[in-house]
Design a protein around this ligand. Structure first.
Ligand SMILES: Cc1cc2nc3c(=O)[nH]c(=O)nc-3n(C[C@H](O)[C@H](O)[C@H](O)COP(=O)(O)OP(=O)(O)OC[C@H]3O[C@@H](n4cnc5c(N)ncnc54)[C@H](O)[C@@H]3O)c2cc1C
Length: 489
């Protein structure tokens, strides 16, 4: 580190966010097979360079130029289109195209690897990408999660028709995914879903209003609706696949009524949709809409945890850079005792979230391989990381902003964008209270507590801890167990 900074206002732009994060490189061999880990190194390094440079600039531009909704063509045809800024489209090309982030779990051939990539690889790359751009990570996760749910529950004919588009890496061939669940009267309380599904031959016609629809011009969306005559409550809600364009090439019968003016994720469109007899196909079993949609929601809750961890890492990396370069009272900020304390308070939740990302990714890999005991762990870790990391990200990005002083509050820098984006993580895909209740549900229904206890015990036993530190861990662990046993009744 230079004794005197080259300029009094330090700027970290252009730094490689992988090379400047050696702890990430040290973690990966613990979770990835050696050959794959070595294969991914150049890709991680390149993405780290892009995230700290070009992508960061594109994200800044896209944030300042949100998408707009066009209802008619210039020749007067009623054809809706969302106009995305070229900076956002270029980020789509990098994320969906070059890095295949939405495709890599579902087929081989992405990044030159013959098999589908494990969750730990996808999340390591996402963790880097999101340090530059958060908004686009929603369409990426929606596309990935929709594909997962369709593969699990969709009819073979639907899968055959749509899988190639969902996993395409050429933008012109790509079909993006979305999830239209929330209604004015049905947010957390999904059982109140009022959208109607009217049988129409081998498909259904959907009628109703969806109140929050991110990526509203996606080619495919998973939609919750109630088949006419179905019972009230959750047992009457079914899952449907809604294409934007019907197989005969005509536009499906729904309209984007307007786009939301949002605090964060300003680069990406979120809208309101009116379904006017739109044709859709039932996915899986009628009446099991929510349990099936929960699969998609859980995958995207986990992705939210990853994104929150990435936002915190970026906030820390900015704060540590500034603290090393900026001088006050003749000393570098990082040498001032209170600043050292502040930096440590940023680092702790950021590292905690990062550990949780890879622990959950590993549990997911084991669960998908059918390993006994892994599924309850994923069910517990997913709402846990969504709750903890998303809430911590609000505080960490806010406190990191303060390290930059007044400049931290100015929109020329990444700090305000990180803070605005961080606040969304706790709200969408289940608010904090809702995911906290889901932790208890995982404990009660999946009997996750003994599995978690054995897992943590194993990690503690394997760690070369100082006896004093071990005693602190054991006491904390015991207290958490007592709380969970009491809370889950
Ligand atoms: C930018 C943005 C994009 C979004 N994109 C999508 C999308 O693409 N698709 C989609 O389907 N939805 C989307 N959403 C909607 C989002 O998932 C919901 O807003 C969220 O689930 C909360 O629902 P609600 O707004 O109806 O709030 P409510 O459910 O009314 O909740 C209000 C408050 O009550 C609390 N609460 C509710 N139930 C309980 C309980 N049992 N115990 C304690 N507290 C409780 C909640 O925690 C919250 O604090 C998006 C939202 C935003 C802001």
């Amino acid at each position: 580190m230079p004794a005197t900074a080259p300029h009094p206002v330090p700027d970290a732009h252009g730094r490689n966010l992988y090379n400047t994060d050696p702890d990430l490189a040290r973690l990966l061999p613990l979770y990835l097979p050696a050959a794959l880990c070595a294969h991914l190194q150049p890709h991680l390094q390149r993405l780290g360079g892009l995230a700290g440079g070009v992508l960061d600039s594109l994200a800044q531009t896209a944030d300042k130029h949100p998408p707009t909704l066009e209802h008619r063509t210039r020749t007067g045809l009623d054809r809706q289109r969302i106009l995305k800024h070229p900076a956002y489209v270029e980020m789509e090309r990098v994320a969906f195209g070059e890095y295949g982030l939405a495709a890599m779990s579902h087929r081989g051939g992405v990044l030159g690897w013959p098999d589908p990539l494990p969750a730990a690889a996808k999340y390591a790359l996402t963790y880097l990408f999101v340090q530059a751009e958060f908004g686009l990570c929603c369409p990426l996760s929606m596309t990935d999660s929709l594909t997962r749910t369709l593969r699990k529950f969709g009819a073979p004919a639907l899968l055959e028709r749509y899988l190639p588009g969902l996993t395409a890496q050429v933008l012109d061939d790509l079909t993006q995914g979305a999830m239209f669940m929330t209604e004015q009267g049905a947010g957390s309380d999904v059982a109140a879903t009022a959208t109607r599904a009217v049988p129409d031959g081998e498909a259904y016609r959907l009628h109703g209003d969806k109140w929050f629809c991110s990526n509203p011009d996606a080619g495919l969306a998973m939609v919750l609706a109630r088949i006419d005559g179905a019972p009230a409550g959750m047992g009457g809600v079914s899952l449907f696949l809604l294409p934007r364009t019907l197989p005969d090439g005509s536009a499906n019968a729904y309209r984007i009524v307007r786009l939301k003016d949002k605090l964060g994720t300003r680069s990406m469109a979120s809208g309101e949709i009116r379904l006017e007899g739109a044709r859709a196909w039932l996915v899986g079993e009628a009446g099991r809409g929510f349990p099936q949609m929960a699969d998609m929601v859980n995958n995207s809750r986990l992705s939210n945890g990853v994104r929150a961890a990435g936002l915190m890492r970026r906030a820390c990396s900015e704060a540590f850079f500034v603290a090393a370069e900026r001088q006050a009272f003749g000393r570098r900020l990082q040498d001032l005792p209170l600043m050292r304390r502040q930096l440590l308070k940023l680092l702790l939740p950021a590292e905690q979230a990062r550990s949780m990302v890879f622990q959950t990714a590993d549990a997911l890999r084991r669960a998908d391989a059918g390993e006994a005991g892994a599924h309850p762990l994923v069910r517990l870790f997913t709402p846990l990381i969504k709750f903890r990391a998303c809430r911590d990200a609000r505080k960490v990005t806010g406190d990191a902003m303060e390290v930059r002083g007044g400049c931290g509050y100015i929109e020329d820098w990444a700090d305000p964008r990180l803070l605005r984006d961080a606040h969304l993580g706790s709200i969408w895909e289940g608010t904090s209270n809702i995911v906290a209740l889901d932790v208890l549900r995982a404990i009660r229904r999946e009997r996750a507590l003994p599995v978690w206890q054995a897992h943590v015990q194993g990690l503690l036993d394997a760690a070369p801890l100082h006896p004093q530190a071990r005693r602190v861990f054991d006491a904390t662990f015991f207290r958490s167990l007592c709380l969970l046993v009491w809370a889950s009744g």
